[in-house]
Write a new protein. Structure first.
Length: 261
């Protein structure tokens, strides 16, 4: 790892000022993705700006039909928070399935969705729960935020401040974990709303996506066990072939639907 400067921001304006003060800068939250990337020299920022000390950026609150979770809320906090557990229990369960205790005690919601790893859990929650992502630059709907592998709609220097998850009537998350990393080999989030269903898949393809065929089948009250994604659009690697991932998607969908019903 090469030398870098480390600063702590105490306000969003202060973080933006530090970001713009020359050289290549990066915000750091839990550091569980950024630091490994720096160790392997995939990222070489001149300055790290810690945003976890900004007051209020980890707040969790329910407001109308949304549950708002601050960007620096750690996975362990979300998993254990009484408001999250009562508003969207499936979201608390998802947070508990991320990594191991060390990862959950450091990693944050904002870091996870900004990184947008194709096997990460929170991007699936954002898509399935029709989330609004609030940033220092404005608001995005989740459908417009996740652009592709490790790519989002965020501009350079833009900070995610909080995420508003729409409260479903019911939701369920089924995850087949990689036994070593605990990232999703495949995971499916199913949410039922008063006006329809949303189904999101992570781990299976180069980027998180909505399974519109499953959404239509659920809306029509049709069985989903015969649904199969096209393997030619899914990932194939040393851990699982595309055909196996397609099969896992069908199985995880059935698991989530059974839990939800
Ligand atoms: C062993 C291991 C296992 C893991 N298993 C899983 C798993 O099962 N499921 C899963 O989903 N994830 C998993 N992760 C990833 C983990 O959840 C990370 O914590 C997360 O992806 C990144 O969050 P962070 O807070 O650590 O972000 P950081 O590493 O601090 O930052 C990541 C990126 O986001 C940027 N950033 C951070 N916060 C903000 C913000 N608020 N606004 C704008 N930019 C921001 C940073 O500049 C950086 O580019 C695992 C990680 C490890 C090391």
């Amino acid at each position: 790892m090469r030398e870098f400067e480390f600063t702590r921001a105490t306000s969003l304006d202060g973080a933006a000022e530090q970001f713009a003060s020359g050289g290549e800068a990066a915000f750091i939250a839990g550091g569980h993705t950024l630091l490994p990337a720096m160790k392997s020299r995939l990222r070489m920022p001149d300055r790290l700006i810690d945003i976890t000390g900004i007051p209020g950026l980890d707040r969790i609150e329910r407001d109308g039909d949304r549950l708002w979770i601050g960007a620096t809320a750690r996975h362990a906090t979300v998993a254990d928070d009484a408001t999250v557990k009562s508003a969207i229990p499936s979201l608390a369960k998802l947070a508990l399935l991320i990594g191991d205790p060390q990862v959950r005690n450091r990693g944050t919601l904002g870091g996870s969705i900004t990184n947008n790893d194709p096997a990460a859990d929170y991007p699936a929650a954002c898509l399935a729960l029709d989330a609004t992502i609030e940033t220092t630059g404005g608001r995005y709907q989740a459908d417009d935020f996740f652009l592709g592998m490790f790519t989002t709609a965020l501009a350079d220097g833009e900070i995610v401040t909080r995420v508003g998850f729409r409260l479903p009537q019911a939701g369920a998350y089924a995850k087949f974990r990689h036994p070593a990393s605990r990232y999703a080999m495949v995971a499916v989030y199913v949410a039922r709303f008063v006006d329809g269903w949303r189904v999101a898949v992570t781990g299976a393809a180069p980027a998180v996506f909505r399974w519109t065929g499953a959404e239509a089948a659920l809306a029509a009250g049709q069985p989903t066990d015969g649904l199969l994604l096209d393997p030619s659009e899914l990932n194939s690697d040393i851990h699982a072939s595309a055909e196996y991932r397609a099969h896992l998607c069908t199985v995880m969908l059935a698991k989530a639907v059974a839990e939800l019903v």
